[in-house]
Design a protein around this ligand. Sequence first.
Ligand code: XIL
Length: 380
Amino acid sequence: MMRLTWTCLLTLVLVTAACEAPGEEPVPAEEAVPALKEVFADAFLVGAALNPDQFYGRDTLGVALITKHFNTITPENVMKWEQIHPEPDRYDFEAADRFVAFGEERDLFIVGHTLVWHNQTPDWVFEDDRGEPLTREALLERMRDHIQTVVGRYRGRVDGWDVVNEALNEDGTLRPTRWLEIIGEDYLAHAFRFAHEADPQAELYYNDYSLTNPAKREGAVRLVQGLLDAGVPVTGIGMQGHYALTYPTLEELETSITTFAGLGVDVMITELDVAVLPRPSEYWGADVTRREELRAELDPYREAFPDSMQQALADRYADFFEVFLRQQEALTRVTFWGVTDGDSWLNNWPIRGRTSYPLLFDRAYRPKPAFFAVVATARE
Ligand code: XIL
């Protein structure tokens, strides 16, 4: 990996000349690097998921990239139930408060992620003090308290919420979570209604992965149409966008965007990254509990990412953004799941400790060929 020297960094920021380390790609002059949010200003918001090093300001180079390129942010983990509400009678808002303040300081569109999910949610949520499963009424009451406390705290400040995350199986039926088992199918309707009561102005989303797969797409259509028919305030569908070099097809992607837009709701790409490392199986979903064993052949780019792969990634990103631009009437937002390759959850999922390259900025905070390929799609 290239080490940025101070001289080189200064050059990057202050002057127009390119700066070259021995045997490395030239660092593009700062003025040759347009801001993504400006490039796509007429099409959709462009965002990133943030971690605490960024919104507490410890990762200063990351902060500079976020401030320059993005006009919307999502917290990668700090608003998940286990972090914001770790014990029955204790909420911990410290990190979430800092995240929201970071967005307000820069006037960004702030997304809350996520209120009702089956992962990163403590077991106690579903149990009474004796460890017995809660009744439907008691769990609904707990859900209402959580949603109204969290959404209410940021009322008028967080612009949109992922209200329910990943409620569907791959075949489009409802996933058998404890939310479903204890409350029943109307748990989603209740979640959206509680969120709407807590902040009537906030946008409210259903968010899931693999929504480009036909059966899951149809399941999402049935789910969201059913909610809308019942007068439930769903305003958008978030397509997580955990994609890969070979998944999904561009046709399936475009069909999902147009199909969801046809329901009359906003559509957004919420967690975009493009996996470049081999998978031990042909699983292209994003189930965070899935774990695979590390083997050397599954981590082939520890030392460097070959040019041919850089190019393949750039081409793939360009293909995706061509679809996004074509569908800009339907899409309100494209959010990357991380800023630089070093931040990405794909370094640790589905296998811990790999070196992945799924985003537009490299580990030295430099824009990659994929960045310029994405920019070029808006200029064609
Ligand atoms: C991931 C985070 O990136 C990781 O840091 C964490 O360990 C697990 O969750 N779908 C989602 C996100 O909705 O919340 C997940 O984020 C990735 C898959």
